[in-house]
Write a protein that binds this ligand. Sequence first.
Ligand code: ZN
Ligand code: ZN
Ligand code: ZN
Length: 625
Amino acid sequence: MGLQTLQGICAKASRFYSNSELDEGGIDEIYQVLEVAGLLPEVLPLVRKSDVAAEKLRVAGNRAFVESKNDINALQLYTKAICIALPDAKEIAMAYANRSAVTFALREYRNSINDIERALAGQYPKHLRCKLVERRGRCYLELKKYHRAFSDFSAVKNLVEECGDDEEIKRSKIARLEELIEKCCGMKDATEAPLTSCPSTTHPPSPYIECASNAVEIAYSDQMGRHVVSSVDILPGDVLAVEKPFASILLPPNYSLYCEHCKRRCHSALPCVQCTEIVFCDENCRQKSWSMYHSVECNAIPSLIAIGCDKMEFLALRTLLVASRKGHSFKELINRYPMLAECCPNPRMRGFVGGKYLSSDYSSTHYLENHRNIRDSKDIFRRSVTAVCLLHILKIATDFFENCNLSSESEALGYQAAGKLMLTYLMSVPCNAHEIAEMRLTIASKGKVASESVEIGGAIYPFHSLINHSCDPNVVRHAFNGDTVVLTAIQLIRKGEQIFDNYGYHHAVHDLATRQEHLWSQYYFSCSCPACEEDWPLYRDLPEGPPQLTNLDVAAAIDEKSRQFTEMLATITKNQSSEEDFVLLKEYLLLLHCNVKRPWKEYNKCQEAIKQHLSLRANCFVYYG
Ligand SMILES: [Zn+2]
Ligand SMILES: [Zn+2]
Ligand SMILES: [Zn+2]
């Protein structure tokens, strides 16, 4: 029998579905039913590290780099080779060295140096070391670290002088090195440019929302549920919140290019010590991830991938692991959460701890909306089957339940509680998870620029999850430094007005019927934003030409700004817009917001330009094709 997928299991299990409402023991029952019917997923062993497999991947990497000139493909192949290679042997050192050639070609000199040092510290063959040290010297030269470059070139020169090479070859090598040494002499080391930093909030910190400024408040109404409102007038471009996720995951196709822990793109990644899939940007992330969730998940990943787990399932599992510290505080978790419901009669304060709303504390995640009461029983049954499959893998493949320290009497209750929590997450994650995206900018040799936003993972941001949707949002989210999300205003938001994010259905992109249909099926609400109420047209049909002004005195000012804006557009798409350009964009948008009747195309254009400017400063990868 071939491997079963989650989808297949759910389809086959549906014959056991009975219309009766699932009771509290639902998870238990479904587990037994799937077990008897032979529908539990197969649990796969970890793929063992192997230098034979690693060498094959590395050779494929060489082909991609040298013959196909596909740097990114080569990078991924070398990283996969590093993941599957045995630690501390020659093969892994070879793969590090080969990868350093790719990052050197990509002009990523820090990455190149990282790998060169790993190769040199490992079993890299003696007779090839000169080449690597010279490459490191060239990296330092490019970084304007002349002292280090000088010492690398000098060391290589000494070795060349002592080696038994043919005199002719020796002379040409020495001449080349002397030329390089010459470039370092009398030069002053440069201070390195800081890494792109994450913005901070425009206003002072909120006294009770850990990640937000005091320009926003958490509010509640029966109709809107919990939501976020402004407590001051907020200007376009103001940063309202900077939030780290409670839990975040990478999508499996991105495993070899991004750090599993911080979600930063990394081209000189370290492998997991145990599995052959996961990489980290540095030792710090590797250790944090191991101690927070990965030592459990590591053993489950092959089985999870085999049954076709997706963002939602991975996030549900990750939430359980982070919330219970890999099971170590599982008992505390299951004892605590029913209590929280009872001691929180005020719906606005759900998920608060000691009067504060903390993204890093589990309470805020636990009380995210899951719409359990309006889901039909088929939906809940299907999610319960998924929860059981995850639970089964957790039970068989990992030491999660051993960490829980459950007594033999409470073991069954423990499984049930874990299954129920997983079911809760499988309901709350789809309505609350945000994507982690990266902007990819390809600059072709003729200066032609192409940009696309690519989803690299998903995360639970407890504060951002409180923000309601509008098809004409007044804020935008961008991920910085991997999985940190930054919330920026893209309209004037008057004091007391609600903050509205966009859940992926924008008035300029999707028509009214499509928006309403998707918002209902995924989030269970009907949108009544101005774009929906007035049925604004899609982007291509938005009104152009002279705007309808609500204040005629500003006509000349708008004309002037419009002219400057049009001139500036090309620089934005090329990633060359400056902070002064950004100031102009914000002023123009404010002017339009206060004086022009919407919908009007140029308003959207200006907003898009602001979003583009911001996204090129957030997670962004520039590739010179
Ligand atoms: Zn990292
Ligand atoms: Zn691992
Ligand atoms: Zn709407």
